[in-house]
Design a protein around this ligand. Structure first.
Ligand SMILES: [Zn+2]
Length: 226
Protein backbone atom coordinates (compact mmCIF):
# COMPACT_ATOMS: atom_id res chain seq x y z
CA UNK A 1 0.00 0.00 0.00
CA UNK A 2 2.78 2.35 1.02
CA UNK A 3 4.62 1.73 -2.25
CA UNK A 4 1.49 2.49 -4.24
CA UNK A 5 0.94 5.84 -2.55
CA UNK A 6 4.57 6.73 -3.18
CA UNK A 7 4.09 5.99 -6.87
CA UNK A 8 0.99 8.15 -7.01
CA UNK A 9 2.81 11.08 -5.44
CA UNK A 10 3.85 12.47 -8.81
CA UNK A 11 0.67 11.67 -10.73
CA UNK A 12 -0.42 15.28 -10.99
CA UNK A 13 3.00 16.27 -12.36
CA UNK A 14 2.90 13.52 -15.00
CA UNK A 15 -0.67 14.47 -15.97
CA UNK A 16 0.34 18.07 -16.23
CA UNK A 17 3.38 17.11 -18.33
CA UNK A 18 1.17 15.21 -20.79
CA UNK A 19 -1.13 18.21 -21.12
CA UNK A 20 1.87 20.53 -21.66
CA UNK A 21 3.43 18.27 -24.32
CA UNK A 22 0.07 17.91 -26.15
CA UNK A 23 -0.55 21.65 -25.98
CA UNK A 24 2.94 22.43 -27.30
CA UNK A 25 2.42 20.14 -30.30
CA UNK A 26 -1.05 21.61 -30.94
CA UNK A 27 0.47 25.09 -31.10
CA UNK A 28 3.54 24.08 -33.08
CA UNK A 29 3.52 20.56 -34.59
CA UNK A 30 7.31 20.47 -35.15
CA UNK A 31 8.21 21.92 -31.72
CA UNK A 32 9.79 18.81 -30.18
CA UNK A 33 11.22 17.55 -33.46
CA UNK A 34 13.20 20.76 -33.84
CA UNK A 35 14.52 20.50 -30.28
CA UNK A 36 15.64 16.90 -30.86
CA UNK A 37 17.66 18.01 -33.84
CA UNK A 38 19.51 20.86 -32.15
CA UNK A 39 19.74 23.31 -29.33
CA UNK A 40 21.18 26.70 -30.14
CA UNK A 41 20.65 28.96 -27.14
CA UNK A 42 22.13 32.45 -27.23
CA UNK A 43 22.14 32.80 -23.46
CA UNK A 44 23.56 31.03 -20.44
CA UNK A 45 21.64 31.79 -17.26
CA UNK A 46 23.36 31.32 -13.91
CA UNK A 47 20.65 31.80 -11.32
CA UNK A 48 19.49 30.85 -7.84
CA UNK A 49 17.94 27.43 -7.22
CA UNK A 50 15.00 29.21 -5.51
CA UNK A 51 11.71 27.75 -6.81
CA UNK A 52 10.26 31.25 -7.21
CA UNK A 53 12.80 32.30 -9.85
CA UNK A 54 12.12 30.04 -12.86
CA UNK A 55 14.65 31.15 -15.48
CA UNK A 56 12.79 30.52 -18.76
CA UNK A 57 9.43 31.84 -17.58
CA UNK A 58 10.61 35.19 -16.27
CA UNK A 59 12.38 36.10 -19.51
CA UNK A 60 9.73 34.51 -21.72
CA UNK A 61 12.07 32.05 -23.43
CA UNK A 62 11.06 28.64 -24.73
CA UNK A 63 12.90 25.33 -24.28
CA UNK A 64 16.01 25.45 -26.46
CA UNK A 65 16.55 29.18 -25.99
CA UNK A 66 18.23 29.39 -22.58
CA UNK A 67 21.02 27.20 -21.18
CA UNK A 68 20.61 27.13 -17.43
CA UNK A 69 22.71 26.52 -14.35
CA UNK A 70 21.21 27.11 -10.92
CA UNK A 71 22.58 26.75 -7.42
CA UNK A 72 21.91 28.26 -4.01
CA UNK A 73 22.49 32.03 -4.26
CA UNK A 74 23.77 31.94 -7.88
CA UNK A 75 27.43 31.53 -6.97
CA UNK A 76 30.30 31.17 -9.44
CA UNK A 77 33.08 29.52 -7.47
CA UNK A 78 36.34 28.94 -9.28
CA UNK A 79 36.68 25.37 -8.00
CA UNK A 80 33.07 24.34 -8.70
CA UNK A 81 33.47 21.85 -11.54
CA UNK A 82 29.72 21.67 -12.05
CA UNK A 83 29.31 25.38 -12.76
CA UNK A 84 32.59 25.57 -14.71
CA UNK A 85 31.60 22.61 -16.90
CA UNK A 86 28.26 24.26 -17.70
CA UNK A 87 30.06 27.50 -18.53
CA UNK A 88 32.68 25.76 -20.67
CA UNK A 89 30.09 23.74 -22.60
CA UNK A 90 27.87 26.79 -23.08
CA UNK A 91 30.69 29.01 -24.33
CA UNK A 92 32.85 26.58 -26.28
CA UNK A 93 30.34 24.10 -27.67
CA UNK A 94 27.01 25.92 -27.80
CA UNK A 95 28.75 29.26 -28.33
CA UNK A 96 26.31 31.34 -26.30
CA UNK A 97 26.83 35.07 -26.73
CA UNK A 98 25.62 36.21 -23.33
CA UNK A 99 26.19 34.93 -19.82
CA UNK A 100 23.61 36.28 -17.39
CA UNK A 101 24.21 35.98 -13.66
CA UNK A 102 20.85 36.59 -12.03
CA UNK A 103 20.26 37.01 -8.32
CA UNK A 104 17.08 37.94 -6.54
CA UNK A 105 15.94 40.03 -3.61
CA UNK A 106 14.71 37.99 -0.65
CA UNK A 107 17.26 35.24 -1.39
CA UNK A 108 17.21 32.60 1.37
CA UNK A 109 20.89 31.84 0.76
CA UNK A 110 21.85 35.47 1.32
CA UNK A 111 19.65 35.68 4.43
CA UNK A 112 21.16 32.49 5.86
CA UNK A 113 24.68 33.78 5.19
CA UNK A 114 23.84 37.00 7.02
CA UNK A 115 22.25 35.23 10.01
CA UNK A 116 25.17 32.78 10.19
CA UNK A 117 23.06 30.26 12.14
CA UNK A 118 24.54 26.79 11.54
CA UNK A 119 22.57 24.81 8.90
CA UNK A 120 25.10 22.07 8.11
CA UNK A 121 27.06 21.35 4.95
CA UNK A 122 25.58 24.34 3.13
CA UNK A 123 27.38 26.69 5.53
CA UNK A 124 30.55 25.99 3.53
CA UNK A 125 28.80 27.16 0.37
CA UNK A 126 27.31 30.22 2.07
CA UNK A 127 30.78 31.12 3.25
CA UNK A 128 31.37 32.59 -0.22
CA UNK A 129 28.57 35.11 0.42
CA UNK A 130 30.04 35.98 3.80
CA UNK A 131 33.33 36.61 1.99
CA UNK A 132 31.53 39.07 -0.32
CA UNK A 133 29.97 40.80 2.72
CA UNK A 134 33.36 41.07 4.39
CA UNK A 135 35.06 42.34 1.26
CA UNK A 136 32.33 44.96 0.75
CA UNK A 137 31.93 45.91 4.39
CA UNK A 138 32.46 49.61 3.61
CA UNK A 139 29.47 49.60 1.23
CA UNK A 140 27.19 47.65 3.56
CA UNK A 141 28.07 49.22 6.91
CA UNK A 142 26.22 52.56 6.43
CA UNK A 143 23.00 50.65 5.59
CA UNK A 144 21.39 50.41 9.02
CA UNK A 145 18.05 48.91 7.93
CA UNK A 146 18.37 45.12 8.01
CA UNK A 147 16.13 44.37 5.02
CA UNK A 148 17.78 47.01 2.87
CA UNK A 149 21.19 45.72 3.88
CA UNK A 150 20.20 42.24 2.72
CA UNK A 151 19.01 43.73 -0.60
CA UNK A 152 22.38 45.44 -1.08
CA UNK A 153 24.20 42.18 -0.31
CA UNK A 154 22.02 40.42 -2.93
CA UNK A 155 23.13 43.04 -5.48
CA UNK A 156 26.81 42.93 -4.48
CA UNK A 157 26.79 39.15 -4.63
CA UNK A 158 25.43 39.10 -8.21
CA UNK A 159 28.07 41.61 -9.28
CA UNK A 160 30.90 39.64 -7.68
CA UNK A 161 29.67 36.43 -9.31
CA UNK A 162 29.43 38.07 -12.75
CA UNK A 163 32.98 39.31 -12.19
CA UNK A 164 33.99 35.74 -11.27
CA UNK A 165 32.60 34.49 -14.60
CA UNK A 166 34.86 37.00 -16.37
CA UNK A 167 37.90 35.76 -14.48
CA UNK A 168 37.48 32.11 -15.48
CA UNK A 169 39.85 30.68 -18.07
CA UNK A 170 36.72 29.98 -20.12
CA UNK A 171 35.72 33.64 -20.54
CA UNK A 172 39.34 34.77 -20.84
CA UNK A 173 40.06 32.17 -23.56
CA UNK A 174 36.88 33.08 -25.47
CA UNK A 175 37.90 36.73 -25.47
CA UNK A 176 41.46 35.98 -26.56
CA UNK A 177 40.05 33.95 -29.49
CA UNK A 178 37.94 36.96 -30.43
CA UNK A 179 34.70 35.07 -29.70
CA UNK A 180 31.81 37.45 -28.90
CA UNK A 181 30.80 36.97 -25.26
CA UNK A 182 29.18 39.46 -22.92
CA UNK A 183 28.71 38.87 -19.19
CA UNK A 184 25.79 40.58 -17.42
CA UNK A 185 24.45 40.97 -13.86
CA UNK A 186 20.69 41.07 -13.27
CA UNK A 187 18.54 40.99 -10.16
CA UNK A 188 14.94 39.80 -9.87
CA UNK A 189 12.29 41.09 -7.48
CA UNK A 190 9.91 38.42 -6.23
CA UNK A 191 7.22 40.97 -5.32
CA UNK A 192 6.67 42.38 -8.82
CA UNK A 193 8.34 39.83 -11.12
CA UNK A 194 10.65 42.43 -12.62
CA UNK A 195 14.30 42.08 -13.55
CA UNK A 196 16.70 44.94 -13.05
CA UNK A 197 20.02 45.36 -14.83
CA UNK A 198 22.77 46.13 -12.31
CA UNK A 199 24.79 47.91 -14.98
CA UNK A 200 27.55 45.34 -15.31
CA UNK A 201 28.36 44.37 -18.91
CA UNK A 202 31.79 43.00 -19.80
CA UNK A 203 32.72 41.87 -23.29
CA UNK A 204 36.51 42.29 -23.26
CA UNK A 205 39.17 41.31 -20.69
CA UNK A 206 39.77 44.99 -19.93
CA UNK A 207 36.21 45.68 -18.79
CA UNK A 208 35.29 43.48 -15.81
CA UNK A 209 37.25 45.29 -13.10
CA UNK A 210 36.00 48.75 -14.12
CA UNK A 211 32.42 47.49 -14.60
CA UNK A 212 32.47 45.95 -11.12
CA UNK A 213 33.91 49.09 -9.56
CA UNK A 214 31.41 51.45 -11.16
CA UNK A 215 28.41 49.21 -10.41
CA UNK A 216 29.50 49.01 -6.77
CA UNK A 217 30.00 52.77 -6.65
CA UNK A 218 26.40 53.24 -7.77
CA UNK A 219 25.20 51.00 -4.94
CA UNK A 220 27.39 52.88 -2.48
CA UNK A 221 26.02 56.25 -3.66
CA UNK A 222 22.44 54.99 -3.24
CA UNK A 223 23.15 53.84 0.32
CA UNK A 224 24.71 57.20 1.21
CA UNK A 225 21.88 59.27 -0.31
CA UNK A 226 19.40 57.70 2.10
ZN1 LIG B 1 18.01 32.67 -3.77
Amino acid sequence: MKRESGHQGLDHLLDSNRRWAEGSVREDPTFFQRLVEQQAPKYLWIGCADSRVPANEIVGLLPGELFVHRNVANLVVHTDLNCLSVLQYAVEVLRVEHVIVCGHYGCGGIAAAERATPLGLIDNWLRHIQDVAERRRAVLAPETDRARRADRLCELNVLEQAHNVCRTTIAQDAWSRGQPLCVHALIYRLSDGLLQDLGFAASTPAEPAAELASAIERIEARVKRR
